[in-house]
Structure formats: C-alpha cells, structure tokens
Design a protein around this ligand. Structure first.
Ligand SMILES: NC(=O)c1ccc[n+]([C@@H]2O[C@H](COP(=O)([O-])OP(=O)(O)OC[C@H]3O[C@@H](n4cnc5c(N)ncnc54)[C@H](OP(=O)(O)O)[C@@H]3O)[C@@H](O)[C@H]2O)c1
Length: 222
C-alpha cells in the first residue's frame, strides 16, 4: 500500500488531501498543528506537527522512523498579508516566512530518506501563483509573495539536488480555493482542487521534477 504524509490537515486542502488519499487506498499520515483537529478516521495515523517547531519535526521523525513515504506533501501555510507600505505587520511577515518557506525545507530535510526508500519517491510543495514574480501584475502582499517565491526557489534547488536519488519534486498551485485561506469568493472547490492535485501527482514523470504547475496541470511562470 503506498503512503502519504501531509502537513496542515487541521482544515482546508490538507484535510481534504488526507481524506481523498485514504479513500484511494493510501496509508495516510495526517499531521496537525493542533492534534485536537484530527480527522475521525481510525485507519489514518494522526500526529502533531507545527512546522515552525523543530523539536516536533524530531519527534515526528522518531514516530515514522525509516518507514517509506511514497508522497510527501508540504501543505501547511498561512496568508494573506494585506497591510500597505507604511503599516506593515513585520511580526506576521516573519511568521509567514517561517511557516511557508522554512518549514517546508525542514520537512524535506527530515523525511528525504523516507521518500528515497519508497517506490513512488514524490515530494509536493503546495505553493501559490502569488509566488510567481513573472505573473505579479497587482503588487502588494509582500510577505506572502516573498514566502512562496522563496519556497519556489527552495523547491527548484531541492529538485535538482534530489534528482540523483530519483525523487520527483514539484511546486503545486492549488488554484484559488474556497477555504479559510482562499475565502468565500474563490471559484474552485476544495474537492476539485484536491482531485486535480492528486491527478497531477499521480501521473508525474521523473523528467518533470522542479516544475511549477497549477492543480490542473498547467505550467506557471516563475
Ligand atoms: N486556498 C487558496 O486559494 C490557496 C491558494 C494558493 C495557495 N494556497 C496554499 O494552500 C495551502 C493550504 O491552504 P488552505 O487554502 O487549505 O488554507 P487553510 O484552510 O488556512 O489551511 C492551512 C493549514 O495550515 C495549517 N497551519 C498553519 N500554520 C501551521 C503551522 N505552523 N504548522 C502546521 N500547520 C499549520 C493550518 O492549521 P490551523 O487552521 O490550525 O492554523 C491549516 O490547517 C497553503 O500552503 C496555502 O498557502 C491556498
């Protein structure tokens, strides 16, 4: 049975990713910022992980030990900063960099050997179109854009560095999705976004490593 480890399963896309992967026959390790939010599914493993807390990474690694992880999904994220120049919230900006940029790198560093030991060997970093410098035509959102552009840079380097271990890593934009993060006006449902992302992940070829895709498989500019 293939396995998947997902961060940020408390709400939104992470929660739906865990549910859909479980329904499609994966052994799911769902991680939560607050374990009280665990899904009511006894077949999954539910473990705590705040991606800003390196002691929790170490504890999670002890739980998982050297078990293979076929698909490692960095999903946890925060946004969107709306402050204007002159009244920016730098504490929140720092938090975004820790959660959206540093946390995913620590996740990959912690579990890269587990992925390398699996059959599918896939890593997915959930990023955002807002991290695309080339398609930024509206400005603002300094912290969120920087955190996701930084994640994209990290992902590209990881993809190149891990190619020799036959790991395929992609950056994935989930669409503008109707979650707490995306808001009620978002045109894409959580179910549609997750079904699309799972489809992209399932058909990935090793030659696609380091690419930046939307949830429906369209390439995005950096
Ligand atoms: N929705 C969109 O339109 C959209 C668009 C582009 C990209 N994204 C990306 O998609 C991902 C999922 O977002 P979403 O839309 O599903 O929003 P969401 O419902 O707010 O989910 C974000 C998840 O990350 C968790 N999280 C926050 N800080 C964390 C931490 N320090 N450690 C571990 N988990 C933490 C949250 O837990 P709590 O609820 O407990 O804080 C929550 O479960 C994010 O990376 C986001 O940037 C979303």
């Amino acid at each position: 049975m293939p396995s998947v480890l997902i961060t940020g399963c408390d709400t939104g896309l992470g929660r739906e990713l865990a549910s859909q992967y479980a329904q499609s026959g994966f052994q799911v390790v769902a991680t939560y910022r607050d374990i009280a939010n665990r899904l009511p599914d006894a077949a999954m493993r539910h473990l705590p992980l705040d991606v800003t807390d390196f002691a929790q990474f170490a504890a999670l690694k002890r739980s998982i030990s050297d078990e293979p992880i076929d698909v490692l999904v960095s999903n946890a994220g925060i946004g969107l900063d709306i402050g204007a120049l002159g009244s920016l919230d730098f504490d929140y900006l720092r938090s975004m960099l820790m959660v959206n940029t540093v946390g995913p790198l620590k996740l990959v560093e912690t579990f890269v050997d587990n992925v390398a030991a699996s059959e599918q060997r896939r890593i997915v970093l959930v990023t955002s179109r807002m991290g695309s410098i080339g398609s930024n035509l509206s400005g603002g959102h300094y912290g969120y854009r920087a955190s996701k552009a930084g994640l994209n840079a990290i992902g590209r380097s990881l993809a190149l560095d891990l190619f020799k271990r036959r790991i395929t890593l992609i950056l994935l934009h989930p669409g503008w999705v109707n979650t707490a993060g995306g808001g009620v006006d978002a045109p894409v449902s959580v179910q549609e976004s997750v079904a699309g992302m799972r489809n992209v992940i399932a058909r990935l070829g090793n030659h696609e490593t380091g690419q930046f895709y939307t949830y429906d498989g369209q390439p995005l500019p950096w």
